[in-house]
Design a protein around this ligand. Structure first.
Ligand code: ZN
Ligand code: ZN
Length: 406
């Protein structure tokens, strides 16, 4: 006899008196003794009780587990079938158990002060996992499983919880007519109405959809989410090396997709282009969203009158590492708090002079409103370029040409 058995016989008799099966009896002492199943542990305890004349009959079906363990082969098959239908490097089994069984278990443990019991869920998960393993050929992963197959033991139904995949990249926006992300219709909020031609969207497509659509197709995923390192206005292009982003795909049935293929297919788009794709961990979303890189812009400026090249160059030279007081622009005032921020203009260069036009290239601190810096936004940005030049100017076109991340 195992040396721990005599110490628990008194408690064990009270458990056995409830008519539980060997497995449930053994599980109430599941942390005692090693190298045996709860079934075998229970049988040993019952034998010891019998020898002392303290045994009780098993009620059928078991008042705690309702003999659910008899169905484990079927559960394992269902789990294997569901998991084998998706691609992953690993998996984990979870279970939903009849609440009545959990209630009886909890009451028994509390009533008898059982300190070494194991929960029915833990046993089910482990035992189903063991049976499913040879049918799945993937390792079990406890900490960060890519797929959790949750079996509802009442209906033998399996639901899969598939962890999302995250793909980092940089995009170029080549159209002044699409937004960065899906923009739900203002009227119907995405449901579809006459205003949006039943698309539910303000714009037919977006940078997000140009790659998200392809990624969904390749992964068999459910939804795509787009996390950009900031965003540009709809009418702005994003050129150069592009803007960093992370694309998130929920419930992917295939996760090890060929990113070269994704890039190639997404780049059939004439509106956006994508490069430097790579798989990243979830944490990268936070980094990309929180980053505050300086940005380089090229803007086409129109002045309110003829411009003198020397005067423009002189104005540009006055903005070397200059800190602005920038009040929330009038154009975004309705959706942002009205406050004054300090933003730095690192440098400006001018070229491409016309009669009343010229281009500026400028590097600014993250979060600078460039159009307002040029126009002055009726005195809300100070100092500003129009003031320095002495002629009112407006931005006609704005392109992002570099996002200086790392
Ligand atoms: Zn039982
Ligand atoms: Zn609508």
């Amino acid at each position: 006899m195992e040396d721990w058995i005599p110490d628990i016989l008194e408690q064990a008799e009270k458990v056995a008196a409830k008519g539980f099966c060997d497995r449930c009896l053994g599980r109430m002492f599941g942390k005692l003794g090693t190298g045996m199943t709860n079934d075998c542990r229970g049988a040993m305890i019952r034998q010891a009780l019998k020898e002392k004349g303290m045994d009780h009959d098993i009620i059928s079906p078991c008042p705690m587990c309702d003999d659910v363990f008899d169905l484990m082969d079927r559960f394992a098959e269902s789990v294997a079938e569901a998991v084998n239908d998706v691609e992953s490097d690993n998996f984990l089994v979870g279970s939903r158990v009849d609440p009545l069984a959990l209630k009886i278990e909890k009451e028994t443990v509390q009533e008898l002060g059982l300190e070494n019991s194991e929960s029915i869920k833990t046993e089910l998960n482990r035992e189903i996992g063991k049976l499913a393993l040879p049918m799945i050929h993937r390792p079990v992963e406890f900490k960060v499983p890519q797929v959790v197959a949750c079996i509802d033991t009442r209906f033998s139904e399996v639901s899969l919880d598939i962890s999302p995949i995250f793909i980092y990249g940089r995009y170029n926006k080549l159209s002044r007519e699409i937004p960065q992300t899906i923009w739900p219709c203002r009227v119907c909020k995405g449901k579809g109405c006459p205003r949006c031609n039943n698309t539910g969207k303000m714009y037919q497509t977006s940078v997000q959809e140009e790659i998200g659509r392809v990624a969904l197709e390749m992964t068999g995923g459910q939804e795509h989410f787009f996390h950009g390192m900031g965003r540009e206005d709809i009418d702005a292009l994003c050129l150069g090396e592009g803007r960093p982003f992370v694309l998130e795909i929920s419930n992917p049935r295939k996760r090890n997709i060929d990113l070269d293929e994704l890039e190639m297919k997404a780049n059939e788009s004439e509106l956006a282009q994508f490069h430097y794709l790579k798989f990243v961990p979830r944490e990268e979303v936070q980094r990309v969203k929180m980053a505050t890189p300086t940005k380089t812009y090229r803007v086409k400026v129109k002045a309110d009158g003829k411009v003198n090249k020397e005067a423009v160059v002189k104005a540009t030279l006055s903005f070397k590492k200059v800190c602005l007081d920038q009040r929330t622009p009038q154009r975004v005032e309705h959706r942002r708090a009205d406050l004054v921020r300090n933003r730095t203009i690192h440098w400006i260069e001018a070229d491409n002079f016309g009669e009343d036009t010229f281009d500026l290239k400028l590097e600014t601190e993250s979060g600078t409103y460039v159009k307002e810096f040029v126009s002055g936004d009726e005195g809300r940005t100070k100092p500003n370029f129009s003031e320095a030049l002495g002629i009112q100017c407006v931005v006609e076109e704005l392109d992002v040409i570099a996002i200086n991340d790392q």
